[in-house]
Design a protein around this ligand. Structure first.
Ligand SMILES: Cc1cc2nc3c(=O)[nH]c(=O)nc-3n(C[C@H](O)[C@H](O)[C@H](O)COP(=O)(O)O)c2cc1C
Length: 166
């Protein structure tokens, strides 16, 4: 039997939207036998967590047209420690945005290219349509339909890892 695979989900969330998306992805991934799923806040994840995983899901809000500070901090702390040791491993990304999200997705893709990771899904961007400062700072409730899409991404990543198809 092959050794069990590990899916690492690293997330940050200011107002709860990304956290719900990451938790939905974890629930989807957890339905796959033979894959250990680790959901870590960006501040709790370090190089050893990255090196020990077989696949990745990066989840972030788009803040100021960028990945959020804590996710950037995670990449800053882990990038060179893991460089050249992750080549070919699969990843996907989840972005929670007010109305855009494309720049955060691009940034993750660029970092993942440096790590020689393999994108196995398009970035999943969920827009909360918060426009005013009050709405932007309010706690978010992600729709069941969007959470189902996050769940599917987690399930597909885990299934691919379990089957060794990536
Ligand atoms: C400081 C700040 C900057 C933001 N900048 C953007 C942005 O550039 N593009 C965008 O689509 N949404 C932007 N938003 C909206 C957030 O992406 C949106 O509220 C999202 O739901 C946050 O995810 P979270 O609930 O996981 O924190 C910004 C929010 C904050 C607080």
């Amino acid at each position: 039997m092959d050794a069990p695979k590990t899916l690492l989900i690293v997330y940050h969330s200011l107002t709860g939207g990304t956290r719900q998306m990451a938790e939905a992805a974890r629930a989807g991934a957890a339905t796959e036998d033979g894959v250990a799923v680790r959901l870590l806040h960006a501040f709790a994840a370090g190089p050893q967590d990255v090196l020990a995983a077989d696949g990745y899901l990066f989840a972030t809000p788009e803040n100021l047209a960028a990945i959020s500070g804590p996710l950037k901090d995670f990449f800053d702390r882990t990038y060179y420690a893991a460089l050249d040791q992750l080549n070919g491993r699969p990843y996907a990304s989840l972005i929670c945005a007010g109305s855009d999200g494309s720049n955060a997705a691009r940034q993750i893709a660029r970092i993942a290219t440096g790590w020689r990771l393999k994108a196995v899904a398009e970035p999943l961007i969920v827009c909360t349509h918060a426009q005013t400062p009050e709405a932007i700072l309010a706690a978010k409730q992600i729709s069941a339909e969007a959470l189902e899409r996050c769940r599917t991404v987690g399930e597909a990543l885990a299934a691919g890892l379990a089957l060794g198809v990536f």
